[in-house]
Design a protein. Structure first.
Lengths: 778, 199, 379
């Protein structure tokens, strides 16, 4: 027997004599090119005088604890598991590789500037970059008004910085146009939480999952997006809990679930209404609880009566019996719990989808008890904290509403400004892009976001940003968006500053500083304060560090629902995390909400809301019969600006793919063009039975021409303004050639770290959505 | 027989490859990952299988037995060590003889490398990197009693069949409590390849 | 430092005939492995013969002990023990199934006339690459390569000088005292005449000092690394990993001090240093067969192995590559796989057929079997 293709045999070069060392070894047993971006012989394990700095991961909303290993020269060089009670030493591949960002060769270390987008960037001094930015702000405000300058923040920033973003916009820029990339992430859940409970956070801590008898996970690929949370899911099952997963794809947790509801994308509210319909019909509701603690139950009951399982089965494309089974399993359990994520939130009825899940939990009395409750899993590290303190267009610190006169007065008092100076509510991130296209916004500062990859309908986004007269961006790697800007400010990574984040449980955790930033790099806090000073608002921004910002944040949140007053840096260091509300410094925090049965509405009741299902905004047609849904893969994070530079992660998943059911007739690796009304792109096919035949999936971490978001629709939920990432109409067709993944952008004259980019151009799809098996790495 | 060792449960594995990245962080072979993560049900499901060295006990370490240079040592605690750097001649006998497909070889360095149960950590009582970070407990390090404390009633098996041969190992697999399959099938004899019956 | 208490090397199972399944395999025609007792007896015999031959060679080479320097007697005795030990260990080593088969294949390729004709330069090039310049060490780490080269050439130089000297094979005679007229003789025959005061003379007399200067930084680096590098520290054993380095350093330092003593101290402390030096050398020589230094004897097997693989690959430029029976990816050369299967049958490992599948397919097949027969999912 001989090898199928001798040319592929290592050590043999066709037409050349056999090398003196023609050794070969089977695939997967001979490759060590996964040295985490550093050639293996340059790795050193001779760090005898290391210190371990306790901190948390910079990535997702689980906020796993970790130690950063710091060598005797004060440089971060590794990671060590930390027995923090969120993650109990567990880490996912992103978390393990996170430290490699800190001293990565692609880091920006000097401000970049150019006069227009046709020029190359040039490195300039901080003064030059700041002066130019301030001059442009002045010019645009003078010519077009204060609201013509916008500010976009991010939910991977520490809470202190998100607070500063909001304050900077309102006090220094004096613009109404401020929003943040959490708008693309968890705002639907936030909207639903506010409507139903009057408080915006998960009801229960992760540890309650271990106590539940039935766990329902809707629209969350926990195994890939929140891998470390899986230990709670499995822990619950070890103790006998049943698991229900609602997801169009058979993900890692869906694969072994007791019930996997593989519904059609965009039909979640029909499904949950039908489940509640069965619960009502079978008398499994907790009527006493409903009568005492809720409003609107009769209306909800009337609405769900319109959703018998037969109707929902038709809409959702799932068997009728499965709906009944889920209803009995969930409502029949002593303690049941529902967690959801972007799968049901990224919809034009995202808020309503979340409300249907809340309705189900509340109707069955599963709220505010150990092992019984409800939660949303935030996607970004500070997805929870980032939306609380005023960088959202309609919110002020402490979750206050910018339209509420009392709230406005309180904040103006704290900030020391006149009430007339405080701008009105702004618009959402996607709407701001449309305003850029219409030239209503002419200048923009972006901090910690990458909309060129993360916003839907790339053509529109690019057009909006290109129309801007001035665009500055803060980042530590040159993102695709920053590469299109006029000024780029190099700022710190998370390990170079301290600050707090709130995880998916609303537990506030403290990140510690592990190393000094490289020369030329400043903290976001410094840059914002310096800009404010030059804009004449220096007295309101005299913050030397994160701690001083946090002190003001504590005061600003005191007495609100999102009360941080009792949380101090010292307490966080002692306890490892405190869940807000925490009104006093001797308050233990509030890991579980509603234990007394009261919501945070003035009447103390849970306000149930009726929901009618409607089809997704992008209509299906003969031309576009399939659903395109998008999501994450485990090795990458959001827009990929961080993870697409880390070799271990690039090796695991070098490129995006399109996941299709075998019924479409493609073979694995075939070039497949995915066409929607917004555009078309060619991906290698990952053919698998683990997806619905009427649905295709593309992960979204890569830029054009391999960007899922060049295909998605910029339709928004009317309330939360979240884009409908999770469903749009599409078709697939055979293509000639696969679109190649571009290298991540870098400073002029500096190529993206080559060791990390070796496998980027590999044309094959991964072995499985989680990545390439260790033996399939070319 | 079983002291502190790794217990593997592919049923819990989510295929995230945290173990693969973590293995690289182990100081005794920094930068080189020894663990294997395969997706054996490719095209049908996302099922995954992590493979660490099973530390064979009987027959004692086939890799060491086939080694022509006596390079693979088995320490008295049952850990099959990776090849001694001074002795290994890079012949790959261990790579191809191992019934579990574990050892790797650096062809340029003429050196075999494999999972040594993170000897730099386990020798100090720490868990190996992979089992420390594994988000799901698919890789668990400890005693069988510690495992049972976390997962009541769990059963484990530490032997595998390869054709007519049974290999018992230091590392064990989790098997269902209700239908204990013991020993665990090792894949040989091969009955079917790519849908074709090859018996 | 992690120091496991003791190391148990796996011993081959007690000899037994190759399993019947191997009957069709040509390799099964080989004699079955011998019992440990038989191996020990044979090894002792070989050791005795080799050391006897060395004694004869010493006697003859020193012109019936006329040139033998009795002051060096302990060294000479140590080399005889060394010869016995190396021969004994070598014989035991190549009696193990894996080594025995590779030994045959390696030497078979070495002595093959056809091989020599088709690729006359292959063997010398391999020897230079693997034994001389040790390129493979560079792939492990450049610093380790450099340090090893220092130690290697230093030891080689020292051995080339001292062994013949202690055996009385080299003699230096002078008709004039110091100065010109020095003669170096091997087995009594003059091979070189030189002036002890010029550079050649200096080099001749300070060869061992040069060797020491090479060895000290090399061994020093390795010792430092063994204190610092966590990869090296893992599983490190004092007797196996540190003693050889310490021995090399002690030998080199005492050797240099001898020179220092004779030049600058007029022989002060010479006696003590000489004894210390001798003890460390004798210890090291006797240690060679049993510890880390045995790799010096084993390493040429790498050339044998490489030559065997090279030859099998050459036969048909890739046509001899054995492909995995499931995925078709190359495993190794066909003669290699056949040889490995023979070894596995010798060892009574009942899964020799398994070697026809690549490691990934073995894992995938095992994973599939687990999914199909043990459990599909969580429960």
């Amino acid at each position: 027997m001989s090898a199928t293709d001798p040319a592929a045999v290592p050590g043999t070069v066709p037409g050349r004599p056999l090398s003196l060392d023609p050794s070969l070894a089977p695939p997967g047993s001979r490759d060590f090119r996964d040295a985490g971006g550093i050639p293996a012989d340059r790795w050193h394990a001779d760090q005898n005088q290391e210190t371990l700095v306790p901190t948390h991961c910079c990535f997702c909303g689980v906020q796993c604890g970790m130690y950063l290993r710091v060598d005797r020269h004060g440089k971060v060089f590794g990671v060590e598991p930390r027995n923090h009670d969120i993650n109990r030493m567990r880490l996912c591949p992103k978390g393990i590789n996170a430290y490699q960002q800190v001293n990565h060769p692609d880091r920006l270390t000097a401000p970049l500037m150019r006069d227009n987008r046709d020029q190359e960037f040039r490195e300039v001094s901080w003064d030059e970059a700041l002066d130019r930015t301030v001059a442009e702000i002045h010019r645009i405000r003078t010519e077009y008004g204060d609201d013509a300058f916008g500010l976009l923040g991010g939910a991977s920033l520490f809470s202190e910085k998100t607070y500063l973003v909001g304050k900077f916009a309102r006090v220094a820029l004096k613009t109404r146009h401020v929003d943040y990339n959490g708008r693309l992430c968890m705002v639907s859940a936030a909207g639903a939480n506010k409507l139903a409970f009057g408080i915006d956070r998960a009801g229960n801590p992760f540890s309650d999952i271990l106590l539940t008898d039935c766990l329902l996970i809707a629209g969350s690929n926990v195994g890939e997006c929140f891998p470390v949370m899986t230990q709670y899911v499995w822990g619950a099952r070890d103790r006998g809990a049943t698991l229900i997963v609602v997801d169009p794809r058979e993900t890692a947790i869906a694969r072994t679930a007791d019930v996997h509801v593989a519904l059609k994308p965009g039909t979640d509210s029909a499904f949950f209404n039908a489940v509640l319909n069965v619960v009502v019909a079978e008398g499994l509701t907790d009527e006493a609880h409903l009568a005492a603690r809720t409003t609107g139950w009769d209306e909800v009951k009337r609405t769900v009566a319109e959703y018998p399982p037969s109707r929902a089965a038709r809409i959702c494309g799932v068997p009728e019996e499965q709906i009944v089974q889920v209803a009995r399993m969930f409502a029949g359990a002593d303690r049941a719990m529902a967690w959801h994520a972007r799968g049901i939130e990224h919809h034009s009825q995202g808020v309503e989808n979340c409300l249907t899940v809340i309705n189900l939990c509340v109707a069955t009395g599963n709220i505010g008890k150990p092992g019984a409750g409800y939660g949303t899993i935030t996607g970004q590290g500070n997805g929870q904290g980032g939306r609380e303190h005023g960088q959202k267009s309609d919110l002020l610190p402490g979750g206050r509403s910018i339209t509420n006169p009392e709230h406005r007065r309180q904040i103006c008092e704290i900030w020391g400004i006149d009430e007339t100076e405080l701008p009105a509510a702004g618009t959402s991130m996607m709407e701001m892009v449309w305003q850029m296209q219409r030239q209503e916004i002419r200048g923009l500062i972006g901090i910690c976001n990458n909309p060129f990859v993360s916003l839907p309908n790339y053509a529109t986004v690019k057009n909006g940003y290109d129309t801007l007269q001035f665009h500055a961006q803060f980042d530590f790697f040159l993102s695709e968006t920053a590469a299109n800007a006029h000024v780029v400010f190099p700022v710190t990574v998370w390990a170079e500053d301290e600050g707090v984040m709130a995880n998916a449980e609303a537990r506030v955790v403290k990140h510690n500083k592990a190393q000094e930033p490289p020369a030329g790099v400043r903290t976001d806090t410094w840059v914002l304060c310096e800009l404010a000073r030059r804009l004449g608002a220096g007295d309101k921004f005299a913050f030397p560090d994160s701690r001083s910002v946090f002190e003001e944040l504590r005061v600003a949140s005191a007495g609100t629902v999102n009360d941080y007053y009792g949380i101090t840096y010292e307490r966080l260091e002692q306890t490892g995390g405190i869940a807000w509300p925490c009104p006093t410094t001797d308050h233990p925090g509030t890991p579980r909400l509603f234990e007394d049965g009261r919501s945070y509405h003035p009447d103390g009741k849970i306000h149930l809301q009726t929901v009618e299902w409607h089809p997704p905004m992008d209509p299906y047609s003969e031309e576009f019969p399939l659903s395109l849904t998008t999501g994450r893969t485990v090795a990458h994070f959001l827009s990929g600006n961080q993870t697409r530079r880390l070799a271990g992660l690039v090796e695991q998943t070098p490129r995006p793919w399109v996941e299709v059911h075998p019924s479409h007739g493609f073979r694995n690796g075939d070039p497949v063009r995915v066409v929607t009304r917004r555009g078309s792109e060619v991906f290698p096919a990952l053919v698998t039975d683990a997806i619905r035949p009427d649905t295709v999936f593309v992960p979204y971490h890569w830029p054009v021409p391999t960007a899922a978001n060049a295909l998605t629709i910029d339709a928004l939920d009317p309330r939360s303004k979240i884009p409908e990432y999770k469903v749009c109409a599409a078709r697939v067709e055979a293509a000639e050639r696969i679109d190649e993944v571009p290298a991540p952008p870098t400073s002029p004259g500096q190529p993206a770290y080559p060791e990390a980019q070796v496998s980027r151009t590999d044309p094959l799809p991964p072995t499985s959505p989680q990545g390439r098996g260790t033996a399939e790495r070319s | 027989m079983m002291g502190r060792t790794i217990f593997i449960d592919p049923g819990r594995c989510i295929g995230c490859q945290a173990c693969v990245s973590a293995c690289r962080e182990c100081d005794s072979h920094r930068g080189k990952s020894m663990i294997h993560l395969d997706y054996p049900d490719e095209g049908r499901s996302v099922a995954s299988l992590p493979t660490v060295c099973m530390h064979c006990e009987d027959p004692v370490a086939p890799c060491a037995e086939v080694c022509p240079a006596d390079a693979i040592l088995v320490t008295p605690d049952g850990v099959v060590q990776q090849a001694d750097t001074t002795r290994c001649i890079g012949c790959a006998n261990c790579v191809n003889a191992c019934p579990f497909g574990v050892p790797k070889i650096d062809l340029q360095a003429k050196l075999q490398m494999k999972c040594n149960l993170c000897y730099d950590r386990t020798a100090y009582g720490l868990a190996p990197m992979c089992a420390t970070v594994c988000p799901t407990g698919a890789l668990f390090y400890g005693t069988v009693e510690e495992l049972r404390a976390e997962r009541p009633g769990v059963q484990v098996a530490d032997s595998f069949t390869f054709g007519t041969t049974t290999v018992s190992t230091g590392v064990a697999m989790v098997v269902p409590a209700d239908k204990v399959q013991w020993p665990v099938p090792g894949g040989l004899p091969v009955v079917e390849i790519n849908g074709k019956d090859v018996r | 430092m992690t120091e496991p208490p003791q190391t148990a090397e796996p011993t081959p199972p007690p000899g037994g005939p190759a399993p019947a399944s191997g009957a069709t395999d040509p390799a099964a025609a080989d004699p079955p492995p011998q019992s440990p007792g038989a191996v020990r007896r044979r090894a002792s015999l070989v050791g005795a013969v080799v050391s006897a031959l060395l004694v004869v060679a010493i006697v003859l080479g020193s012109r019936l002990l006329r040139d033998f320097d009795s002051a060096l007697l302990p060294y000479a005795v140590a080399t005889v023990f060394l010869a016995f030990g190396v021969a004994y260990r070598y014989t035991v080593w190549i009696s193990a199934p894996g080594a025995r088969r590779l030994f045959r294949k390696g030497w078979g390729s070495f002595f093959s006339v056809a091989n020599f004709r088709s690729a006359p330069t292959a063997l010398p090039r391999m020897i230079a690459t693997y034994l001389g310049f040790q390129k493979f060490l560079g792939a492990r780490s450049h610093a380790r390569w450099a340090a090893h080269q220092l130690v290697f050439w230093g030891c080689l130089l020292a051995a080339a000088i001292t062994f013949p000297l202690t055996w009385g094979w080299f003699t230096f005679t002078s008709s004039t005292g110091s100065g010109p007229g020095y003669e170096m003789r091997i087995w009594g025959f003059k091979v070189l005449g030189f002036d002890s005061l010029n550079i050649v003379g200096w080099l001749m007399f300070h060869g061992l000092d040069i060797a020491a200067v090479l060895v000290i930084p090399g061994a020093g680096y390795f010792l430092w690394r063994r204190m610092k590098d966590r990869g090296a520290i893992t599983g490190q054993r004092f007797a196996y990993d540190l003693v050889p380095l310490l021995a090399l350093i002690v030998i080199s330092v005492t050797g240099l001090l001898l020179t220092f003593s004779s030049i600058f101290l007029h022989g002060g402390g010479y006696e003590f240093l000489a004894v210390l030096h001798m003890v460390s050398v004798v210890f090291t020589l006797i240690y060679i067969p049993f510890g880390k230094f045995f790799h010096i004897v084993q390493r040429p097997a790498a050339v044998g192995m490489q030559l065997f693989k090279y030859t099998s690959r050459r036969k048909d430029e890739g046509g001899e590559v054995f492909a995995c029976r499931r995925c078709g990816q190359p495993v190794d050369t066909a003669p290699y796989v056949e040889n490995l299967q023979g070894t596995m049958r010798d060892l009574d490992l009942g899964f020799a057929d398994w070697a026809e599948y690549c490691p990934r397919c073995k894992r995938v097949l095992r994973g599939t079997a687990y999914l199909d027969h043990v459990k599909k999912g969580f429960k």
